[in-house]
Design a protein around this ligand. Sequence first.
Ligand code: IPE
Ligand code: MG
Length: 220
Amino acid sequence: MDGNGRWAESRGLPRVKGHHQGVNAVRKVVKYCGDIGVERLTLFALSSENKGRPKEEVKWLLKLFLATLKLEVNKLNKANVCLEVIGDMSMFGKQLQEGVASAEKLLSSNTGLKLVIAANYGGKWDITQAVRKIAELNKSGGVRTSAIDESLIAQHLCLSGSPVDLLIRTSGEQRISNFLLWQLAYSELYFTDTFWPDFDERCLEEALQSFEGRARRFGR
Ligand code: IPE
Ligand code: MG
């Protein structure tokens, strides 16, 4: 979800207004994905590197995240949405950690859209935490070195390393920016100039149509 800041700046507004408007786009996209039967939607809300932004902006983003979660959780529950937050939560305050845990718990048995929020997430962080877990297993004799294969690594990654079909990046940037690196190995990539706050059902439909036209060979 990129371009919130530029959306605001192009209107002479403070950047935080762009983030605020970005939440509306999230609402639209989550609802639409649920309606059309998308299995899983992963939103890159905050990257490991976003922490390097001005303190005030980061504080504001985390506050917005918690407030939105609290405001939307019942609606998400009614819509049968299941929630998982991925990323390094250790830097978050107690309030946010508890808010996330209780929202995840409330929505955990829902069977509709699986909504994943990546917060303080980085693809490199994901692989690193998997390597650490496997190293511990290896040390304790739980797994032999020769048994470490792609499937074992995947099991220790976020989302069980499961592949992403389509990556959409808004705002004209054409980079992965340390999003799900392993999981994106064979994803179709879609880039649009639209700033995230302007992204709506029609934009998503365009992306899905582009995806439908792709021939996926997975290297074969
Ligand atoms: C994306 O918008 C939102 C987050 C990273 C949280 P940006 O804040 O990156 O907006 P631009 O790229 O400055 O326009
Ligand atoms: Mg950006």
